[in-house]
Design a protein around this ligand. Structure first.
Ligand SMILES: [Zn+2]
Length: 682
């Protein structure tokens, strides 16, 4: 429940804190070449390739260069540990995945016949899709990926390479009905029986799973442990159920021993004693498979807050289990985003100035405002369920009692969000922007504008304002409208200040054109482009989307008489053009004051009217037009990433430093991973 994911068609938000830039779809922003903080994007190519419904991207890790040699070595060991466990996710996803992967890769590596033509192309597309999904089921849709080539052609490839495949694995590839769905949530088909995922022996029923874990919980003293998190439930010969536990000497032992090897190295160069102790506890967990140790580890991990490097490692998220017990293996290695941290710090230091100068009623301003801390990291490497498809934010641990008693860690994966934005290639912008000046400005400043909007929204926006004495909490007074109004309020704080000279004076942006670029992006998204995520005939339900339309539609209407934002019809297409940025800023201020008043006074009726009148209903004609124009752009709904390669620098047999490079060939990386980290297939 704690992972934020992003894909082109829609966005799932499951994080308790919010991050508006992260919620933006990848095509909403554009590629830009902003030079800031000494980082140049000019020479880095974020886009790699496209196949089926997938776009392969790359991300970069500027923070890596700012670390000390020992910190870089620490990152190196942690990424090695992550990759060492890669095979586990393949087997967890489906019991025939590793065999199928071996057969496919053997063909890619060794087939000497013609590597061209429709059938070969279809074979390669299939293979890449399987790599992308860590198995033969679609990573998001959960359905079986159907091969676009003929079985006879595949037979020929097998014979030519001397490879063998079991009847069941062959059937799994070609029979669409057989193990058709990775995770089935339709109770009629049976949650366990209908799911191909490899957490339960075929033949184990949902009722048996329920009974098994009910009994286990009954018999266990500590009811808080995450029962079943690290095991497969199998049926023994006499028909009784038994857990095959993932640990060094149990299921997945060969892979787990390798993970332990690298974690141990990492513990030796950790930044702090707390980090080292947590890593040793994680090793103990992998050695024993004891879930009480897993909880102890999570407490230590969540309390190890010092240092620039952190990581996620283990059987963590349970979305792939229809019953929600089993954790999928994943690893993410994170480095503090030093530039984003600087931005946040600058805003935090000036948060009182922002409060004092806000266009709020005086009685709704805080006398002593404290900025909201918001953490941005850069991913240095991902593996398992987090790769190639990745979350854009993570909030862990999952165990609620640990969150309550010891806290949690919430991070936004800044360089992943940036790569999504950069790689979009301006396609949406070119189609929907009113004029070239606007396109150029967003290309130049859009990325910086998005980052500043996010920082202002989180650090200043959510911290701002106060409720009048005697008025209940927004959840009590504004009920179902509270989250839309809260997001609108934070967005409006960001919009109001991103076109303020103060931001230039603070050195956060070079000029006010950054603010103009943000206004262009925001209005375009709020009035038009986000509509492509709505099904025909539907209204807007998701609160962040409601908030964005509310804000954009309100300022559009209020500025009509003065032509602040102009609707333009050209060649049968609709465009919006901002004529007066300064006046638009004042309108944002007006709406901010009103929404703060609604929150401060708990004015339910006014809040409801705002949301219902501006945020919910969709203009059917415009919606249809947006869908049609987006469709014609043929955008890939899903994206994933090639990881950087981190290599050791050796001296006298010792690892003394590490380097980072950014490969650009997805196929090569996948083949290299299987060769170097195929610990369950060797
Ligand atoms: Zn927010």
């Amino acid at each position: 429940m704690k992972k934020v994911i992003l894909f082109g068609a829609a966005v799932a938000l499951m994080m308790s804190s919010c991050s508006p830039a992260s919620e933006k779809s990848e095509e909403e922003n554009t590629d830009t070449t902003v030079v800031q903080d000494g980082e140049s994007n000019d020479e880095f190519e974020f886009y790699s390739e496209r196949f089926a419904d997938i776009k392969i991207l790359r991300y970069r890790v500027p923070s890596f260069e700012k670390l000390t040699a020992q910190q870089r070595v620490y990152v190196y060991y942690l990424t090695k540990a992550g990759l060492a466990g890669r095979d586990m996710i393949w087997d967890q996803n489906y019991r025939h995945n590793l065999e199928i992967r071996s057969v496919l890769e053997n063909i890619v590596n060794n087939f000497e016949g013609p590597r061209e033509g429709e059938q070969w192309e279809a074979f390669m597309t299939y293979t890449k899709r399987v790599w992308f999904s860590n198995g033969i089921h679609h990573h998001y849709g959960m359905h079986k990926i159907l091969p676009g080539f003929e079985e006879a052609y595949f037979d020929g490839l097998l014979q030519a390479t001397g490879a063998e495949i079991s009847d069941e694995a062959l059937r799994a590839i070609f029979d669409p009905e057989y193990d058709a769905k990775k995770v089935n949530l339709d109770p009629d088909k049976g949650l366990v029986k209908g799911s191909a995922v490899n957490f339960y022996d075929p033949g184990v029923t949902e009722a048996e799973v329920d009974a098994y874990y009910a009994a286990l919980k009954q018999a266990t003293e500590d009811k808080r442990v995450s029962f079943g998190l690290n095991s497969k439930l199998v049926k023994t010969e006499d028909g009784t159920l038994k857990e095959e536990v993932y640990h060094a000497d149990g299921m997945y032992g060969p892979a787990i021993q390798q993970v332990i090897y690298w974690l141990d190295k990492a513990a030796g160069v950790a930044e702090t004693e707390e980090q080292a102790a947590a890593l040793r506890k994680l090793i103990e967990y992998y050695q024993t498979g004891d879930l009480k140790v897993w909880d102890e580890y999570n407490v230590m991990w969540v309390e190890a807050t010092k240092g620039d490097i952190d990581y996620i490692q283990g059987f963590v998220e349970v979305y792939n289990d229809p019953k929600g017990y089993k954790g999928s293996y994943e690893s993410i290695v994170e480095i503090k985003d030093f530039d984003a941290s600087e931005r946040m710090k600058m805003l935090e230091e000036n948060v009182q100035w922002f409060e004092d100068n806000a266009p709020l009623l005086p009685e709704h301003k805080k006398e002593n405002v404290v900025g909201v801390t918001y953490k941005v990291v850069q991913v240095a490497g991902e593996a398992g369920d987090a790769s190639p498809s990745t979350p854009i934010g993570v909030n862990l641990p999952n165990a609620n009692w640990i969150r309550v008693e010891h806290g949690s860690k919430s991070v936004s994966l800044g360089n992943i969000v940036e790569a999504y934005n950069e790689a979009a290639g301006g396609t949406m912008l070119n189609e929907f922007a009113h004029d070239q000046e606007e396109i150029d400005r967003v290309m130049q400043y859009g990325n910086l504008a998005s980052k500043l909007h996010t920082a202002l929204h989180e650090v200043v926006g959510h911290a701002s304002g106060q409720i009048e004495p005697g008025v209940g909490t927004p959840k009590e007074t504004l009920k179902s409208y509270s989250s839309t109004l809260e997001e609108a309020r934070a967005d409006l704080v960001a919009l109001y200040y991103i076109y303020d000279q103060k931001m230039v004076d603070l050195g956060l942006m070079p000029n006010l054109e950054v603010g103009m670029a943000e206004y262009d992006q925001y209005i375009l998204n709020g009035l038009m482009t986000q509509l492509r995520r709505i099904e025909p005939g539907q209204q807007i339900e998701e609160s962040h989307m409601r908030n964005r339309q509310l804000v954009a539609a309100w300022v559009y209407e209020k500025g009509l008489a003065e032509n602040v934002i102009e609707q333009v019809q050209r060649d049968g297409k609709t465009y919006y053009n901002i004529n007066d940025y300064q006046r638009l800023r004042e309108l944002f201020g007006d709406l901010l004051r009103e929404i703060q008043r609604i929150k401060s006074q708990g004015d339910y009726e006014a809040g409801k009217n705002l949301v219902e009148n501006y945020g919910v209903k969709v203009n059917q004609d415009l919606h249809g037009e947006v869908l049609e124009r987006s469709e014609s752009l043929n955008l890939a709904p899903y994206s994933g990433f090639i990881n950087p390669v981190i290599l050791p620098v050796m001296e006298d047999g010792e690892v003394i430093d590490a380097t980072i490079t950014y490969p650009d060939d997805f196929t090569e990386q996948m083949l290299m991973y299987s060769k170097e980290y195929g610990f369950l297939t060797k």
